[in-house]
Write a protein that binds this ligand. Structure first.
Ligand SMILES: N[C@H](Cc1ccc(I)cc1)C(=O)NO
Ligand SMILES: [Zn+2]
Ligand SMILES: [Zn+2]
Length: 291
């Protein structure tokens, strides 16, 4: 339910979250020439993330990291699963995409660092994972963190995965997409996109922000099309939200080029930290509900 009642668990975790960790993950991921869904670099970036999350989860028998093989292209998606303690059949999903693109054409050596789009979202999620493990948090529901492949070429990785969850009747109770979290182009801090998302869950997310991040300003906007992986979950019949870095038209102007670099996001991850904190609050509040 959308009751906010985990303050004693969430607040200490929020205090542990650091922008510097998010920045390092962005740097690491944007060091690949590109993370395009068909290149060796793209395959290697996926393997890097799997290894990174596996290392971070060491010692936790309730956490598994797997790669999802897509038929038709080589770059795999990465799925981390924290199995719930006493309500594991209900699943909370945090997502972002691990692929990148240079719209001038992406071959093996084409530069597509994708620092903001979407290393920033993966990095925000990774900091959530680090603090959950550091604090020994164990959710009652299952929490999944997913790095989708092939988002830039038609939400193809998330389409496969969302449909697979639907086919298997997985009871996903909520999905949050983190795609572009680190370029502050607008006056407000977090923009909740209202198309291809669930209105009731968006209200819950807004309440989480006012409860846990009261200094942040919330904006609302629409993409006008299926602009990221949240739309794959919505079309599979699940409730999703898409908190985004800026208002339409004020987002990162460098995306899909060789200039989507950490430097062009200001060489810091302060904006992404807001999204990481929001995502932690979302995952813990939803993840702490019993059967
Ligand atoms: N189209 C999305 C980015 C995107 C999303 C919303 C808005 I408004 C502008 C741009 C993308 O490239 N995701 O990878
Ligand atoms: Zn993106
Ligand atoms: Zn993109």
């Amino acid at each position: 339910s959308y009751v906010i009642d985990q303050q004693s668990v969430v607040n200490p975790m929020l205090a542990q979250m650091q922008a510097s960790n998010i920045g390092q993950t962005i740097i690491d991921m944007s060091s690949y020439a590109n993370r395009y869904y068909t290149t060796n670099n793209g395959v290697n970036a996926s393997n890097w993330l799997k290894q990174r999350w596996t290392t971070m989860a060491a010692g936790r028998s309730d956490i598994a990291v797997t790669q999802y093989t897509h038929s038709g292209w080589p770059q795999k998606s990465v799925i981390l699963t924290i199995t719930g303690t006493d309500n594991p059949n209900e699943v909370v999903v945090l997502g972002g995409h691990l692929d990148s693109i240079n719209l001038s054409g992406t071959s093996e050596t084409t530069r597509a660092p994708g620092a903001d789009d979407d290393a920033s979202g993966i990095a925000s999620m990774t900091e959530v994972l680090r603090v959950m493990v550091a604090s020994g948090y164990k959710p009652r529901r299952t929490i999944k963190m997913i790095g989708y492949s092939a988002e830039e070429v038609g939400l193809r990785g998330s389409q496969d995965i969302a449909q697979n969850h639907k086919t298997n009747n997985v009871n996903v109770v909520g999905v949050m997409q983190l795609d572009m979290t680190n370029y502050k182009g607008s006056v407000n801090d977090i923009y909740l996109y209202t198309d291809y998302t669930d209105n009731a869950q968006n209200t819950f997310v807004a309440n989480l922000i006012t409860t846990y991040l009261p200094t942040l300003k919330i904006g609302y906007d629409k993409c006008g099309y299926a602009c990221s992986d949240h739309a794959s979950w919505t079309s599979a019949g699940y409730w999703s939200s898409m908190p985004f870095e800026a208002a339409m038209g004020e987002d990162d102007p460098y995306i899909h080029t060789a200039n989507d670099t950490y430097a062009n996001s200001g060489n810091q991850a302060d904006h992404a930290l807001k999204f990481a904190r929001m995502a932690l609050a979302y995952a813990v509040e939803l993840g702490s509900d019993g059967p």
